[in-house]
Ligand binder design. Structure first.
Ligand code: SF4
Ligand code: SF4
Length: 430
């Protein structure tokens, strides 16, 4: 039996009535009143094509302007942004590659979560930014970070020889793997802010104490460690990412270890998703999941008390599905009540540090009513919590600055989960 095919509609036969009444009912209705004949606009797609023709930029062209992304974009919440708006501006002729819009996205991934067309800013942004990087059209504050990272191996521009300065005078031993000359159970990838930033160093010392308390056979790379490259990649410096990743893989492949333990969710993300394609495959774990699996062994006994709220890092939560383990650790702290902010888990609000945003606060300030970290701190204060707990090294310094700039000094403390665990174990603190 043959299949019956509907006749093809000939556009010239389609008649649109300005008003139409069917069986006494006006089906044109008030919702269809245009007051004039409908017009179909044709846009010059040149600027849109420049983005969609890039490897990774294709999905920019799939947007159908539904606006789902706008309500969840953290940048739009304090400004005027989001994929729908970028698409619209491209339609009317914006040159994306010279626009500040190119740099405001933190690659937090919340728009992709809700987009019915899978417009993927995590692919679009690095691809488009790479064009600007190659043309030398990068905001000065970010260019400075690219140069420091290329030269010193860390975005802070610190002396690579001082990577282990945080271990000096510590009451526990932090072995360097090159000095051990043997396999270790855990190779701890400390990362830059935990190695160099004063607050990050304090959190690192707490984590070293907690790992020692657990009797973990761990070591660090010390001066051989470099920036993992993840944020450089999202910020468009693919060449720098590749250089760092290849150097790091060469270093890591010299040693034997069972677990690569990361402090930084961005490093965790990169080791999981980017390094394997370059020959670096590791059993990588974030310290929050590693410690949550050992809650019983930790034996948390000292009263910590108070109300603690938790910030989901985009690169740990939304992008890698880790939501429960940090909360399990907080709930295990004696006397602590976990109070949640209203934007949590998959809808967690970005701190503003991802995708190069860590180093673009100056540019962002020209376009936003407040920093994303300030917005998040206000949400944390609203819960009545006395402590904002974090598990990402970008956040301690970002949120502590935001606590001060929103006049919440004294009302809200920002603490890494390692610091809270060390307190609950009665271990020394800095
Ligand atoms: S959610 Fe997706 S399709 Fe809808 S406006 Fe945003 S980018 Fe476009
Ligand atoms: S990735 Fe995040 S910051 Fe970027 S456009 Fe999407 S929701 Fe906004």
């Amino acid at each position: 039996m043959g299949t019956e095919v509907s006749p093809k509609i000939d556009p010239s036969q389609v008649i649109e009535h300005e008003t139409y009444e069917l069986e006494g009912v006006d089906i044109s209705g008030h919702w269809n009143r245009m007051f004039e004949q409908r017009v179909i606009f044709e846009y010059d797609v040149e600027q849109l094509d420049r983005v969609t023709e890039l490897d990774g930029g294709e999905s920019m062209g799939w947007c159908y302007q539904c606006s789902q992304c706008i309500g969840v974009c953290p940048v739009d919440i304090v400004g005027d942004y989001g994929p729908r708006k970028i698409y619209r501006k491209l339609q009317v002729g914006m040159d994306f590659f010279s626009s500040d819009d190119l740099w405001l996205c933190t690659t937090c991934g919340n728009c992709l979560r809700v987009c019915p067309k899978e417009v993927d800013m995590l692919q679009i942004m690095p691809a488009a930014r790479e064009v600007a990087v190659l043309e030398g059209a990068v905001p000065a504050e970010l260019q400075d970070v690219f140069e420091k990272t290329a030269r010193y191996g860390n975005p802070l521009g610190k002396n690579p020889k001082r990577r282990t300065a945080w271990t000096r005078g510590l009451d526990v031993e932090v072995p360097i793997i090159s000095e051990l000359d043997r396999k270790v159970d855990v190779l701890w990838w400390v990362s830059d802010y935990p190695s160099y930033h004063p607050r990050g160093m304090e959190a690192s010392r707490s984590l070293a104490r907690v790992l020692t308390h657990l009797g973990i056979d761990f070591a660090i790379l010390g001066v051989e460690e470099r920036h993992d490259g993840d944020s450089m990649l999202r910020a468009g410096e693919e060449g720098l990412f590749e250089m760092l990743a290849d150097q790091n893989i060469e270093t890591l492949n010299k040693y034997e270890f069972d677990v690569l333990l990361t402090t930084d969710p961005h490093a965790y993300n990169s080791f999981l998703k980017e390094y394997p394609a370059r020959g670096g495959e590791y059993n990588v774990e974030h310290y929050s999941t590693y410690l949550a699996a050992r809650i019983e062994e930790l034996g948390l006994s000292q009263e910590v008390g108070g109300k603690v709220t938790f910030h989901d890092p985009c690169y740990l939560g939304r992008q890698n599905g880790v939501y429960d383990e940090p909360r399990e650790l907080i709930e295990a702290l004696p006397g602590v009540e976990l109070v949640e902010m209203w934007r949590v888990r998959q809808n967690g609000y970005c701190c503003g540090g991802g995708g190069g945003g860590m180093w673009l606060d100056g540019l962002a300030a020209e376009h936003q009513t407040m920093r994303l970290s300030e917005k998040r701190v206000l949400e944390a204060v609203e819960t009545g919590a006395d402590t904002l707990c974090v598990v990402c090294p970008y956040e301690v310094s970002r949120f502590e600055d935001a606590v001060k700039s929103t006049n919440n000094d004294g009302a809200l403390k920002v603490r890494d989960i390692s610091e809270l665990l060390a307190q609950a174990l009665g271990l020394a603190s800095d």
